[in-house]
Design a protein around this ligand. Structure first.
Ligand SMILES: [Ca+2]
Length: 357
């Protein structure tokens, strides 16, 4: 009898797991009302701060004043909320490790190959194919509406979160308040992000303590920062909510982000070059007339679509460098993350998944 009960439970468990999309996003799980008077929805345990009489810092008081004046937040509620946030030293440590390091070594050592191999693995290709097949309809709809092809959206979500497997476990309000109030180097940026995060929680009726993300406060499948949510998130499944932990909303939001940053539908991204130009500056931000590169000894291996000015990209492939003509769409990918390796990995991973599909 007991075995039969276990079997039934297992069968229902399997049905639950296989019904696709039945898993609720954290926003769906924790959504209350979005019409809380002058403030946001808080679950019972967050309504009042723990016994804590410590005064707020001057920066926090200033932030509260701004939020009350600019967005009509309830002063006392916001005060209570900020008193419950935790300063995370681990976040500050991780942020310090992100500071740019200069690599003066001008000898190829395979940096690009090592970077690429972190993303283009058999396991990732399988997971990417599964994601693409599961959301094929929505990926094609995003392509139609925004002009951004599935491989780019699949590539972004793959590099950012392995298609939703790694979306971050840091409580976002703690990460953002730590960086806004205890990290002077970036406090201006993160104060804005904290502002946008709290407004998002209010508008979406979600308790801000219930959302987790990266140590820098990036959210959901595409790891949008709150300012990207404010400017570019869309309700792509039309359920009345913008939810970055919902894969369909994430797909539409990423496509919208790319369109807003100048994505040109159905044009090339970058073209590999024949030749070497070791004396030239390289990077996605460089700008070279095509004839200048020809004089330096480079030739595109295929047509570059009539572009007169391109960026020059250099990938370290171990025993030599590989040069690329960077076209406007390559630059657009770097608007998601300012790195040549990042943009190339997004594109190459997306293409590899497309080929494996
Ligand atoms: Ca939605």
């Amino acid at each position: 009898m007991q075995n039969i009960v276990i079997c039934i439970i297992m069968i229902f468990g399997l049905i639950g797991c296989s019904s696709g999309g039945a898993m609720k996003s954290p926003m769906q799980q924790h959504r209350g009302q979005s019409n809380v008077k002058d403030g946001f929805f808080l679950e019972k345990q967050h309504e009042k701060p723990k016994a804590n009489n410590s005064n707020l810092t001057v920066d926090k008081e200033k932030f509260i004043n701004m939020m009350v004046k600019k967005h009509g937040f309830n002063r006392q509620q916001l005060k209570n909320v900020l008193k419950q946030t935790n300063k995370l030293d681990s976040v500050i440590k991780l942020m310090d490790q992100q500071a740019p390091k200069s690599t003066s070594l001008n000898v190829p050592n395979g940096a690009w190959i090592r970077y690429k191999n972190k993303f283009i693995t058999q396991g990732n290709l399988n997971a990417g194919v599964d994601f693409w097949k599961k959301y094929e309809k929505e990926l094609n709809r995003a392509y139609k509406e925004y002009g951004v092809p599935p491989e780019i959206i699949v590539g972004i979500i793959g590099v950012e979160t392995r298609w939703g497997k790694v979306m971050g476990k840091t409580r976002i309000i703690d990460a953002l308040s730590t960086l806004a109030f205890y990290y002077p180097r970036r406090s201006q940026y993160f104060t804005q992000e904290l502002e946008d995060f709290l407004v998002m929680c209010r508008d979406e009726g979600v308790d801000p303590f219930d959302l987790n993300g990266s140590f820098a406060g990036a959210m959901g499948y595409g790891q949008f920062m709150p300012s990207a949510f404010r400017n570019h998130a869309v309700d792509f499944n039309h359920d009345g909510h913008k939810d970055l932990w919902d894969p369909v909303d994430a797909i539409g939001s990423i496509a919208n982000y790319f369109k807003a940053h100048g994505w040109q539908p159905d044009t090339k991204i970058a073209v590999v070059a024949d030749g070497q130009a070791l004396e030239l500056d390289t990077g996605f931000h460089t700008k070279y007339p095509v004839e200048h590169l020809a004089k330096a000894g480079l030739k595109p291996k295929s047509a570059i679509g009539g572009h007169k000015v391109v960026s020059l990209l250099r990938l370290d492939i171990g025993d030599s460098y590989q040069f690329w003509y960077g076209l406007p769409n390559f630059y657009v990918i770097t608007r998601y993350n300012h790195s040549t390796h990042y943009a190339m990995a997004v594109w190459q991973l997306g293409l590899a998944v497309k080929q494996a599909k």
